[in-house]
Design a protein around this ligand. Structure first.
Ligand code: G6P
Length: 612
C-alpha cells in the first residue's frame, strides 16, 4: 500500500521526491520521509508523522537537505504504530536507508536473531530487518549489490524495496518480489516508483520489474537489472501510459469531486471505438485470443473487492438475465474456500488499481483450481493484474486518485455491459436486441451530465445528514448494490455508519433500528420492483422514520412530512444503476466536506490495498 519513490539525477532531487510523494499519497498517508546523499557523501534523512505536506513544511522550515540521489516513502502502517521512529526511510546509522512496500513475513524470526547477536533496533517495523541484513552482509565484505541479493534470499513475503547507501552515493538498489516496482527514465535522470502515477510528470519511458528482479539504478545508460537467477536481463521499456495533465486537481476542491464530475468523459473514453451506432465492436473491446475464449465460455465467475465488487454484483443480474450463469464473490473470501468452478467458466477479476492483493491472489488461486479463462477489467494500464490474465478489458477512466472510487465504478459497469453483449450474442442475443442495449449505452454520457445537475440539490440535502450517526440504505435488484455502494461511500469518507439492505429484508432486522434519528435512503428506480419497494418505504414511514427516496422523474411516489422524493433523470434498465449511483456519490461527498473530513484521504484507508 505504501508509496515508494527514488531518483538518481544531476540536480537536487528533494523537490522531485516531495512532489512525487504528494502524488503517491493516496497509497498511504500516516507518515512520510526522504533520505538523500548530499554533496559531501553524507546521508541526510527527514521523516514526519502526518501527510506529505507536514514533511514538506518541515523541510522548507530550516532543515534544508539536498542531494542528487535519494529515496522517499509515504506510509500506510502495517507493522509498528504510526510514529516518526516507524516512518521510512529506516536507516542504519545514516549509512544505509531503506524504503519498503509490502510485508516481510519472517521479520520476527530475523529480528530475534539480530537481537541475539547484538543489533540495536530503532523501530517496530518489519522493514528494519532489511536494513540490518544489508549492513551485516556489507560488514562481511560484500558490495551493496551483493548484500541486497543476499538479503532478498533471506526474506519471505510480498515486497518491493529501495536501498540508499553512502558506500554507493550515486546509485539506488531495488528489489521486487510481489509488490509493484517501476523504473522510469527521464532526461539524464532515472527514477524508481511504486506506480505509474508518480512517474507521469517526471519520466518519459518506464520498465516494469518482474518478481525476483534486483536492479542497480544509476545514470540511465548504466542501470542494470538482474533476474532471480542473477543473470543480467533486458526488460522491455514502454511509454508512460498516463498524461501528466490528468493528475492535476484543476479548479476542483477535491479529487473525489473532480472524479465524480469526470464520469461522462470517462464513460465516453471507455466506449470510444468500441461501439458503432447499433453494435459492439468485439476486437476493439478485447484483443488477443478473445474470440476463441468467448466462444467457449459457458459461465462467469467475478472476483473483486470494495467498490469493484459491487460492480460485479450488478453484472451478475445482467449475465443471468441473458442465460449466462454468474457468481460474484469477494476475492478475500474466495481464496480461502474450495470453490467448485464449472468447466469453461470465464473468471473476471475487476480492479481499478490492478494491484489489490486479495484480488490478485484469488485470481492465482482460481487458475490453480483449473480455471482456464481469465479476464481483468482494470483501470491501470501497466498494473500487475494485466500481466496475469488472458484478456484485459481496459476501463479508460483516467487516473483515479481519491481513495473513494467513483468514475472507475461507472466505467467498470459500462465495460461489463460491453462484455455482456459479446457473450450474449453467442447465446442468441439478436441484432435488434443488441442495438437497443447499445442505444441505451450510447446515451449514457449525456444522462450522466444531466444527473450531475443534481449537485446543488444534493448539497442542500446533505445538511440533513451532517449530524447523523447512522443511515440505512435500501435497494432492490440491480439497485441493491447501488445502495451498498452509497453506504460504502458514506462510511469511507464521512465516517457516518451506513448499512445497506435489500429492501425486502427490512422486516428481518433493520426495521428495529428505525427512529427519527436514523434517516433511510431508498434507491427507487421506476422498474418492475417499484411496487414492492413502495411497500417497504411505507414500513419505514409507519415507524416514524424519515425517508429520502431517489426515484425516477415521472414516477408516482409523493413527498410528505416523512418522505422527501428526489427525482433522478430516467434511464434505461441497464444504465439506471450508473445514473442512480451519482446522487449517492454526491451525497457522501458533500456530507464529508460539511463535516470537515479529509475527503480524498480518509482515515485508516488507502487506495491500493497491496497487502492482505
Ligand atoms: C480500496 C479502495 C476502494 C476500492 C477497493 C478495491 O478499498 O479504497 O476504492 O474499491 O480498494 O480496489 P481495486 O483497485 O481492486 O478496485
Amino acid at each position: 500500500m505504501c508509496g515508494i519513490i527514488g531518483a538518481v539525477s544531476h540536480r537536487n532531487v528533494v523537490p522531485v521526491l516531495l512532489d512525487s510523494l504528494g502524488i503517491l499519497e493516496y497509497r498511504g498517508y500516516d507518515s512520510s520521509g526522504i533520505a538523500v546523499i548530499n554533496s559531501e557523501g553524507v546521508m541526510d534523512r527527514e521523516r514526519k508523522v502526518g501527510k506529505v505536506n507536514q514533511l514538506a513544511h518541515s523541510l522548507s522550515n530550516g532543515s534544508t537537505i539536498s542531494g542528487t540521489t535519494g529515496i522517499g516513502h509515504t506510509r500506510w502502517a502495517t507493522h509498528g504504530e504510526v510514529s516518526e521512529a516507524n516512518a521510512h526511510p529506516l536507516a542504519f546509522k545514516e549509512k544505509i536507508a531503506v524504503v519498503c512496500n509490502g510485508i516481510i513475513e519472517n521479520h520476527e524470526e530475523l529480528r530475534a536473531q539480530h537481537l541475539r547477536e547484538g543489533c540495536e533496533y530503532n523501530s517496530g517495523t518489519d522493514t528494519e530487518v532489511i536494513v540490518h541484513e544489508i549492513h551485516r552482509f556489507q560488514e562481511s565484505g560484500l558490495s551493496l549489490l551483493e548484500a541486497v541479493k543476499g538479503t532478498v534470499e533471506k526474506l519471505t513475503g510480498s515486497f518491493a524495496f529501495a536501498v540508499l547507501s553512502i558506500t554507493n552515493p550515486e546509485k539506488i538498489i531495488v528489489a521486487k518480489n510481489g509488490s509493484s516496482l517501476l523504473i522510469g527514465f527521464g532526461e539524464n535522470e532515472t527514477f524508481i516508483a511504486s506506480d505509474t502515477l508518480a512517474l507521469a510528470k517526471i519520466a518519459k519511458r518506464m520498465i516494469s520489474l518482474e518478481d525476483g528482479d534486483i536492479a542497480e539504478i544509476s545514470d540511465q545508460s548504466e542501470t542494470v537489472i538482474f533476474d532471480r537467477s542473477g543473470s543480467i536481463v533486458q526488460r522491455p521499456a514502454e511509454s508512460i501510459p498516463i498524461n501528466a495533465k490528468n493528475i492535476e486537481l484543476g479548479t476542483y476542491a477535491h479529487y473525489m469531486q473532480k472524479e465524480i464530475f469526470e464520469q461522462a468523459a470517462a464513460v465516453s473514453s471507455t466506449l470510444k471505438d468500441r461501439v458503432t451506432s447499433d453494435s459492439v465492436v468485439e476486437n476493439e473491446v478485447l484483443t488477443g485470443k478473445a474470440t476463441e475464449i468467448l466462444d467457449r465460455v459457458e459461465a462467469v465467475r467475478i472476483l473483486a473487492c470494495g467498490t469493484s465488487f459491487y460492480a460485479g454484483l450488478i453484472a451478475k443480474f445482467w449475465f443471468e438475465a441473458l442465460g449466462i450463469p454468474c457468481e460474484t464473490e469477494i476475492a478475500s473470501e474466495f481464496r480461502y474456500r474450495k470453490p467448485v468452478i464449472a468447466n469453461n467458466t470465464l473468471l473476471i477479476a475487476i480492479s481499478q488499481s490492478g494491484e489489490t492483493a486479495d484480488t490478485l491472489a484469488a485470481l492465482e488461486y482460481a487458475s490453480e483450481l483449473g480455471c482456464r479463462y481469465t479476464l481483468a477489467i482494470c483501470n491501470s494500464p501497466a498494473s500487475k493484474i494485466t500481466r496475469m490474465v488472458d484478456l484485459v478489458l481496459h476501463t479508460h477512466a483516467g487516473p483515479e486518485i481519491s481513495v473513494a472510487s467513483t468514475k472507475a465504478f461507472s466505467t467498470q459497469l459500462v465495460s461489463l455491459l460491453l462484455l455482456m453483449i459479446l457473450l450474449a450474442r453467442r447465446k442468441g442475443l439478436t441484432a435488434q436486441e443488441e442495438s437497443e442495449v447499445v442505444h441505451e449505452i450510447r446515451a449514457l454520457p449525456s444522462r450522466i451530465d444531466a444527473a450531475l445537475q443534481m449537485d446543488r440539490k444534493i448539497h442542500s440535502l446533505a445538511k440533513q445528514f451532517v449530524d447523523k450517526e447512522h443511515t440505512l440504505m435500501l435497494g432492490r435488484g440491480t439497485h441493491y448494490p447501488i445502495a451498498l455502494e452509497g453506504a460504502l461511500k458514506l462510511k469511507e469518507i464521512s465516517y457516518i455508519h451506513a448499512d445497506a439492505y435489500p429492501a425486502g429484508e427490512l422486516k428481518h432486522g433493520p426495521l428495529a433500528l428505525i427512529d427519527a434519528n436514523v434517516p433511510t435512503v431508498a434507491v427507487a428506480p421506476n422498474n418492475h420492483l417499484l411496487t414492492k419497494l413502495k411497500n417497504n418505504i411505507q414500513e419505514v414511514k409507519t415507524r416514524g422514520g424519515k425517508l429520502f427516496v431517489f426515484s425516477d422523474a415521472g414516477d408516482s411516489i409523493k413527498s410528505d412530512e416523512l418522505i422527501e422524493v428526489i427525482h433522478v433523470i430516467q434511464s434505461g434498465p441497464y444504465t439506471s444503476p450508473i445514473i442512480h449511483v451519482i446522487p449517492l456519490q454526491l451525497l457522501a461527498y458533500h456530507v464529508a466536506v460539511m463535516r470537515g473530513e479529509d475527503v480524498d484521504n480518509p482515515r485508516n484507508l488507502a487506495k491500493s490495498v497491496t497487502v492482505e
